[in-house]
Design a protein around this ligand. Structure first.
Ligand SMILES: [Fe+2]
Ligand SMILES: [Fe+2]
Length: 231
C-alpha cells in the first residue's frame, strides 16, 4: 500500500484546449500521465489528484476526462481546482453519489489512508488578479471548508493528518498564512499542493520542511507527470 499525489492533469478529450501552447513539456501529457501512473500506482494504493482535472465546462464536457481518471489504477481521491467548472462545491455529495466506488470527491468531508485522515480544499492565494476584498472573501470561504474537513476527521478520532490544497499554501513572499497556521495547529505532517505551472512558478510557495511540516508541490508538469509518493 502507498499514498501518491499529483495534480493539474488539465485533460481535454472533449474540448479544444491543447496544453503544449503553454510549454512543450505538455505535449501528449495525458499519455505520460497514464504511463507513469500505471507504472507506479498499484490497485491497492491511493492517489490524491489535486485539482484542475479537466477543461470541460460542465459534467458532459468532462465525461471522457473523468473516465480517463476513473480508469487509472488505485483509489482515486479528487480535490477541486480553480478550473473545475463541473464541480459545484455545494453539490459534492451529488458527485460522490454519481461516481460511488469509482472516484471520491474531497470537499467538506475527509478520506483515510491507514491511520491518517486526508483533509483538504481548493485553498486560495493572492495572485494579483482580484481585489484584496475578493481575495479575503474567497480565502475565508476556503478556510471554513478546510475547517469542516478537519472537524469531521477529528470528530471521528483521527489525530494524524495529511492536508491537500489546490492553490499554494502561501501567496508569493509570505512566510505564513492562515493555511500554514491551521496545518501547524493540527500537527499536519505534510501539506500537498499543485496549481503552479512552469519554471517561473515552481518557487511561489514552500517546498520542503518548514516548522516541522513537509510541503510538496505536485503539479503534473513540475513532476514531469510522474506521481509523487506521499507515504
Ligand atoms: Fe492548473
Ligand atoms: Fe489551478
Amino acid at each position: 500500500m502507498a499514498l501518491w499525489a499529483m495534480g493539474d492533469f488539465h485533460l481535454a478529450f472533449s474540448v479544444d484546449k491543447p496544453m503544449e501552447v503553454f510549454d512543450p513539456v505538455w505535449k501528449n501529457h495525458e499519455k505520460k500521465i497514464q504511463k507513469y501512473v500505471r507504472k507506479s500506482v498499484k490497485d491497492t494504493d491511493t492517489i490524491v489528484i489535486t485539482g484542475d482535472h479537466s477543461w470541460g465546462r460542465n459534467l458532459e464536457e468532462c465525461e471522457l476526462d473523468l473516465k480517463f481518471i476513473e480508469d487509472l489504477p488505485g483509489k482515486k481521491i479528487l480535490l477541486r481546482g480553480n478550473h473545475d467548472m463541473f464541480w459545484d462545491a455545494k453539490k459534492t455529495a451529488k458527485l460522490n453519489d454519481a461516481f460511488d466506488g469509482k472516484m471520491y470527491f474531497l470537499q467538506n468531508n475527509y478520506y483515510t489512508y491507514e491511520d491518517y485522515a486526508l483533509v483538504g480544499t481548493k485553498g486560495y492565494c493572492y495572485e494579483g488578479k482580484d481585489s484584496i476584498e475578493h481575495f479575503m472573501k474567497i480565502r475565508e470561504r476556503e478556510l471554513e471548508r478546510l475547517q469542516i474537513s478537519f472537524d469531521k476527521a477529528k470528530g471521528d478520532g483521527y489525530s494524524k493528518f495529511i492536508m491537500f490544497l489546490h492553490y499554494p499554501p502561501t501567496s508569493i513572499g509570505e512566510q505564513e498564512s492562515p493555511f500554514t497556521q491551521i496545518a501547524e495547529e493540527y500537527g499536519v505532517e505534510q501539506v500537498i499542493y499543485s496549481h503552479c505551472h512552469g519554471q517561473k512558478r515552481y518557487d511561489d510557495s514552500f517546498k520542503g520542511e518548514v516548522n516541522g511540516i513537509m510541503y510538496r508541490l505536485v503539479s503534473a508538469d513540475y513532476l514531469r507527470f510522474k506521481p509523487q509518493r506521499i507515504l
